[in-house]
Design a protein around this ligand. Structure first.
Ligand code: AKG
Length: 279
């Protein structure tokens, strides 16, 4: 014998076609995710007063990125470069030593964790209090350094997986690239779509999918991105340039046509522990 309430539910099940039911349940699931999303972002409180450099804070908030030429002077860049060149094999994607390392041969990229074994890199990234303070100013007190890696894009024959337009997470993901080599048009400058950390109409769908259907949402396509008409900015810069960007904005790698692109990458999040993070 069905109770009244059960009869209503079973009647509704009969009434809705399977597709309509799937859609209704999906809508419900997405609304629950809206709550999770809102609760997470409510706890992120930016504070401009904490920013050591207000122009950097404003640029990242407005455009999603800022580019700081000559962040590191020429003598420091030269010493940094020598430090990295002294790592045997690293220039061509190899390393055999105690520090965390990963090579992605299909992508033509490798990454080596920045530890005290690379003292100049370590000082510029892991001990960069100015950058830590900017991260906290932008994304609240929980925002902390999550990874610090020397990245080397070394193989012009490969198109790396990041070449599809994407964003990295639905939560906080701030990144910086400090260029060790010059990054001109032929040296795989990252493309960033100015302002796309906001104003992407399908962000909710994509974030939902990345959380609950990660393989279905893997990859990305210019097909859905081009109609949004964001300005594409190339992160060009000489060695010593620092690029800081909100990786919730749309961005993409580009192909290495010559030379190597070596840089120090830092990643800041609120939710991941510090560890080796090659991307
Ligand atoms: O290597 C690049 O230029 C792209 C990097 C990227 O997509 C990322 O760091 O999320």
């Amino acid at each position: 014998m069905l109770t009244g309430a059960r009869r209503v539910v079973s009647g509704a099940r009969r009434f809705f076609a399977p597709e309509a039911r799937a859609k209704r349940l999906l809508d419900r699931s997405m609304r629950i995710f809206d709550g999770i999303y809102a609760e997470y972002w409510r706890a992120i409180v930016p504070d401009r007063d904490l920013a050591p450099d207000k122009a950097q804070f404003d640029a990242v908030r407005r455009d999603g990125f800022c580019i700081i030429p000559n962040y590191v002077d020429a003598a420091t860049v030269a010493a940094l470069r020598a430090e990295i060149e002294a790592v045997p094999g690293f220039a061509t994607g190899r390393y055999d030593g105690p520090v965390s390392f990963r090579n992605f041969p299909h992508d033509g990229i490798c990454g080596l964790q920045i530890t005290e074994a690379l003292p100049i890199a370590h000082r510029l990234v892991v001990q960069n209090d100015e950058m830590h303070r900017l991260a906290r100013a932008l994304f609240g007190a929980e925002c902390h350094l999550t990874g610090a890696t020397v990245l080397n894009k070394y193989d012009p024959e490969r198109i790396d997986s990041s070449a599809a337009p994407h964003w990295d997470d639905w939560r906080v993901r701030l990144k910086s690239f400090l260029y060790v080599t010059d990054v001109g048009p032929d040296n795989a400058p990252t493309l960033y779509l100015r302002g796309s950390h906001e104003r992407v109409p399908w962000r909710r769908e994509k974030d939902y999918a990345s959380r609950f259907l990660p393989t279905a949402s893997a990859g990305g396509s210019w097909y859905t991105v081009e109609p949004l008409q964001f300005e594409k900015v190339s992160f060009l810069g000489a060695a010593g340039t620092l690029v800081i960007f909100d990786a919730r904005g749309l961005h993409a790698g580009t192909q290495l046509k010559s030379g190597r692109r070596i840089m120090l990458m830092s990643m800041y999040t609120t939710h991941l522990p510090y560890g080796f993070r090659p991307y």
